[in-house]
Design a protein around this ligand. Structure first.
Ligand code: ZN
Ligand code: ZN
Length: 335
């Protein structure tokens, strides 16, 4: 019998407590991974608190996992024991529906999140379908790569999907866990990058990360000055905004893409959408294929998350600091 030991929450908003379970026999298409690092994502906090009403207790959070394969199911051919892999938000999908067949497994109606109805990476080991264990390029350090598996893919996918290229003008709204990686990837795609933030003191760091321009959104006139400027605005923030002002900041055919979820409904005027053929859309994480590509691009262009490292035993402290927005920019647990 193989036991998995981790830190679990037993009820909405509860503390992480030591927890062990017997995962049973390894399924034919699964791999078992010995966890070395796991990022703490804001979605883990939402799951801990059951903000989305989908949490199943008890569960072990953690879906930005890096580790080494220690066992493979009998039908797994693509991976071998000893390989270093990463796992993100998703651990399995049906493999047969329209979306799975198209290589868009993250859109599968039966997608299984890594830590909803399953146990995630705040643990010594984790099991996932082998299709969702992505080999990590050598050049990536485990601790900086872990947050790429959720935060990284979340900002990479829309840049890729909406055809960002060297003539594009991209704005990244919010310089936090997502935004600081979004700026780096947008720069890698060759775009002219503008960082939007409420804190003026983030300007120099935004520029170091690759931003060409900085807009202080506390300055009400500043957004007006950039009217008609952007092909893509990537919003990483959860706070309500003057969305009309951002729509006005788009060029014709421009797109406002939300990866952060503000609490209130969006207030929008139709004419600027119609006249300039502008659009508002959302983007979730990405498929295994997207993850492979994103990790390869990150390795080649030295994109990495800026992290604060915690021992796995200090997971509670990391979670509470993420909750209070005290981390610049991602917390990563190391076993
Ligand atoms: Zn499917
Ligand atoms: Zn996440």
């Amino acid at each position: 019998m193989s036991e998995i030991h981790g830190l679990a929450v037993h009820a909405a908003g509860a503390q992480l407590l030591p927890y062990k379970f017997d995962p049973g026999e390894l399924k034919p298409y699964e791999v078992e991974i010995k966890v070395s690092h796991c990022g703490v994502c804001r979605s883990d906090i939402h799951l801990i608190d059951n903000d989305w009403g989908i949490s199943k207790y008890p569960f072990i959070p953690g879906h930005e996992i890096v580790g080494t394969i220690v066992a493979i199911g009998e039908h797994v051919r693509s991976l071998a024991a000893g390989q270093r892999v990463g796992v993100g938000w998703q651990a399995d999908s049906c493999g047969m529906c329209e979306w799975c067949r198209k290589g868009e497994e993250h859109l599968c109606a039966q997608a299984q999140p890594t830590c909803v109805g399953r146990n995630g990476g705040f643990a010594d080991k984790v099991r996932v379908n082998s299709r969702f264990a992505i080999p990590l390029p050598k050049a990536l350090e485990s601790e900086n790569a872990a947050p790429l598996l959720c935060a990284g893919i979340t900002v990479y996918s829309p840049l890729r999907k909406h055809g960002v290229n060297p003539s594009s003008r991209v704005g990244v709204i919010g310089i936090g866990g997502l935004g600081h990686i979004g700026i780096q990837f947008a720069r890698v795609f060759g775009a002219e990058v503008t960082a939007f933030s409420t804190s003026k003191d983030k300007e120099s760091e935004a520029r170091e990360l690759g931003a060409h321009n900085f807009v202080n959104t506390r300055d009400t006139g500043a957004l007006k000055k950039v009217a008609g400027s952007f092909d893509l605005l990537l919003s990483t923030i959860n706070a309500d905004q003057d969305w009309s002002a951002y729509i006005s900041a788009l060029r014709p055919n421009g797109m406002l893409c939300l990866v952060g979820a503000p609490a209130s409904p969006l207030q929008l005027q139709a004419p600027p959408l119609i006249g300039g053929q502008r659009a508002v859309c959302g983007s979730s994480t990405g498929s295994p294929r997207d993850l492979h590509e994103m990790l390869d691009v990150a390795a080649r262009h030295e994109v990495k998350a800026i992290i604060e490292k915690f021992a796995m035993a200090k997971a509670s402290e990391a979670v509470s600091r993420v909750k209070k927005n005290q981390i610049r920019y991602r917390a990563v647990l190391a076993t």
